[in-house]
Design a protein around this ligand. Structure first.
Ligand code: SF4
Length: 380
């Protein structure tokens, strides 16, 4: 396998254009307001959403209060693609995206006529950070014979250089389709997801070596021990996790697919290997089930091992209120994508949406094909 080495979790002397490294993100995670403050903030946010003709679109990994607020106010809680789709279908003129930067950008690319805001524009993603557009373009230029497929967790500039964008729900279908046509793939940025797709499809894939700093921390040896303590549990793993962890999975799938898996009949206990923000929605979907976080600790544990994304954690009630209150007038918190770049990036997203429609794949909202196809992918 060809390898393009890339640092994703940059050291202190890293790239100057990185505005918010993980340690800085943790330092900027908003303090939890008191119960009284929370209810006052929620009331204010609800009124502001109405006054601003705005809808709140939140990711499964953000604070539970924001997820509930999105649903209570007619918005949505979902994965990145469904968030963008929802924004496009919404009658509201303004979108507020509680998530990370590439999600706001994707919403803007799909909805160029709408204004898109985020509680904190510095909330980013290690996959996005680890794939700078100029280095990626140079890598693509070195391999003009390959079809460029990128994961949703990339900047608008990287998407503009790609032939296809995929989400984890549809990646296997699209890469399998391209492989059947004899195409060779250049994949970016998540190396673990890329390896997983490569193993499943047999496609010729050259992989960018990025990773998610949350999923990269799940530990296979400790997961084996946990499984031994809970032999009846189903192990749910997001494919951004390392191969050794994926090989222990009973279900490998996107966030939406993992949530659905908690409703598997006859199973009462689930071990979950993805950002622990997802547990809120899983508890709502399967209130009687026992959910156990997959281990991130162990001999090789680091300070990053908390199974929660520092950038997702930057979204809070106060900065959400602030962007609604003042950002709409000042422009603070507004997502901008240069129009020509946005039109170019739109092509690879539209190609994926068109593929999903043509092949009867409803995407993240639909029943998970990846989940269906690869249940039991575990060690057997
Ligand atoms: S959880 Fe991982 S993939 Fe998701 S936004 Fe955070 S760093 Fe990126």
């Amino acid at each position: 396998m060809d390898i393009k080495p890339v640092e994703f979790d940059l050291p202190e002397h890293g790239s100057p254009e990185i505005s918010c490294k993980p340690s800085q993100a943790w330092a900027r995670v908003p303090a939890q307001p008191s119960t009284a403050e929370k209810s006052a903030l929620k009331a204010e946010i609800k009124a502001l959403l109405k006054a601003r003709d705005a809808v709140l679109v939140a990711h499964y990994y953000v604070d539970a209060e924001l997820q509930d607020l999105a649903e209570e106010t007619g918005g949505c809680v979902s994965d990145s693609l469904e968030m963008a789709r929802f924004g496009r279908e919404s009658a509201h003129q303004n979108l507020v995206v509680a998530g990370v930067r590439f999600m706001g950008e994707t919403s803007k690319i799909l909805n160029p006529e709408k204004r898109v805001f985020m509680p904190d524009l510095d909330a980013t993603c290690s996959l996005d950070l680890g794939c700078p557009a100029d280095e990626f373009a140079a890598f693509c230029d070195q391999h003009p014979d390959r079809t460029v497929v990128v994961y949703a967790n990339t900047s608008a500039a990287v998407k503009a250089r790609a032939d296809w964008m995929v989400t984890s729900s549809i990646a296997l279908d699209i890469v399998g389709h391209l492989h059947a046509q004899g195409q060779k793939i250049l994949w970016a940025p998540d190396r673990h997801l890329g390896q997983y797709i490569q193993r499943q499809t047999g496609a010729d894939m050259m992989l960018w070596q990025g990773s998610c700093l949350v999923h990269d921390e799940f530990k296979a040896e400790e997961l084996k021990m946990l499984k031994a303590q809970h032999p009846d549990a189903l192990v749910l793993v997001h494919p951004e996790s390392p191969q050794a962890v994926v090989e222990l999975a009973d279900v490998v799938g996107s966030t939406t697919q993992l949530i659905r898996a908690t409703q598997t009949p006859g199973v009462n206990t689930f071990i979950v290997a993805t950002d622990n923000g997802i547990l809120h929605k899983m508890r709502q979907f399967a209130p009687d089930k026992m959910l156990i976080e997959a281990p991130t600790a162990g001999n090789s544990a680091t300070c990053k091992s908390c199974a929660h994304c520092p950038w997702m954690a930057m979204n809070g009630l106060v900065n959400l209120r602030d962007v609604l209150k003042t950002g709409f007038d000042s422009g603070q918190g507004e997502v901008h994508v240069e129009p020509a770049l946005g039109r170019q990036a739109y092509r690879c997203i539209d190609r994926m949406l068109d593929f999903a429609k043509t092949h009867g794949i409803s995407g993240p909202r639909g029943q998970g094909r990846l989940e269906q196809a690869h249940q039991g992918v575990g060690p057997a």
